[in-house]
Design a protein around this ligand. Structure first.
Ligand code: CP
Length: 311
């Protein structure tokens, strides 16, 4: 595993990554995946390093996967939630990060509701900053684990058709996935109601589709997204049940998909809203494979970013 040419200290988003960098992360993840397993002792690539997880928004998968990833590489991990930090006493994010650095952190993994907050911190501190989701901007580790899962199942994504269905407007997952998928040569369709999937997304290079049947029919994989109420100040459709009636994926509509099409979801799934329970648990669903791959992918991210070659 040659990482001698890795020059990126921070992982702020996918848009700025080259195809070669994305492929290097996946190659390192593949190496680490082989070392994982219930009885594995892990690898000591991060022994002696301190990784601080600073999560200012709720998380199950991302926070736990970053913790397991760091521990599997024998790093010390400290996880901080907003409610238990001095941010609640008026300390700024800047001062919080400066203090975490002074306490000897070797990397900070941050989730924050403000787009650009990881970039902001990366200009203030010397340690690597890893974006674990910033508002509706990017969620790079999610897109990388999605890509890893898709490539395991489909091989090369060149020319493959991937539909991302749901609340695109407020989704950092959709944006990061758009960048990974198009950099790998896939064709991305954003689908959902016009209020959540405005035509302007076509200027990025995505196809936009407001008809569920058309959005599903040629897809090699469909990625469902939940409605992100936490980022919406007003309603973008009349009611949740009407959204489900028109855009929910259920077993009747499964016939619009190719038989071998994969079903992905970054989680958390709102069962019965964007995706029904039967499909969530079906053999076409790779949702738990995505979660599992999140560990190896985050091991790769932590290892590469803490071992970057400075220019
Ligand atoms: N996919 C994802 O980011 O899930 P969590 O919010 O549980 O971390």
């Amino acid at each position: 595993m040659d990482i001698s040419k890795w020059k990126r200290k921070n992982l702020l988003g996918i848009e700025e990554l080259t195809t070669e960098e994305i492929l290097k992360i996946l190659e390192v993840a593949k190496f680490f995946k082989k070392t994982l397993g219930k009885n594995s002792q892990g690898k000591s690539h991060l022994k002696g390093k301190r990784i601080v997880n600073l999560f200012m928004e709720p998380s199950t998968r991302t926070r736990i996967a970053f913790e397991i990833a760091a521990k599997s590489l024998h790093a010390d991990v400290i996880s901080v939630a907003e409610q238990s930090s001095s941010l609640t006493k008026g300390e700024t994010l800047r001062d919080t990060a400066m203090n975490i650095q002074a306490l000897g952190a070797d990397a900070i993994v941050i989730r924050h509701s403000s787009p650009g907050s990881p970039l902001f911190l990366s200009r203030l501190v010397d340690v690597p900053i890893i974006n674990a989701g910033d508002g509706a901007h990017e969620h790079p580790s999610q897109a990388l684990l999605d890509l890893y899962t898709l490539r395991e199942r489909l091989g090369s994504l060149n020319g493959k058709k991937i539909t991302i269905l749901g609340d695109i407007l407020f989704s950092r997952v959709a944006r990061s996935n758009f960048w990974t998928l198009t950099k790998m040569g896939a064709e991305v369709t954003f689908a959902g109601p016009s209020t959540l999937v405005p035509k302007q997304f076509e200027t990025m290079g995505a196809k936009v589709c407001h008809n569920l049947r058309n959005a599903l029919k040629d897809a090699d994989a469909v990625m469902l997204l939940r409605i992100q109420h936490e980022r919406q100040s007003s309603s973008h459709f009349p009611s949740l049940s009407e959204y489900t009636n028109i855009f929910g994926l259920n077993k009747d509509r499964k016939k619009w998909l190719k038989k071998e099409a994969l079903i992905l979801h970054p989680g958390p799934v709102n069962r019965g809203v964007e995706l029904d329970s039967e499909l969530t648990d079906s053999s076409q669903s790779v949702i738990l494979e995505q979660v599992e791959n999140g560990i190896a992918v985050r091991m790769a991210i932590l290892y590469l970013c803490t071992n970057f070659v400075s220019l």
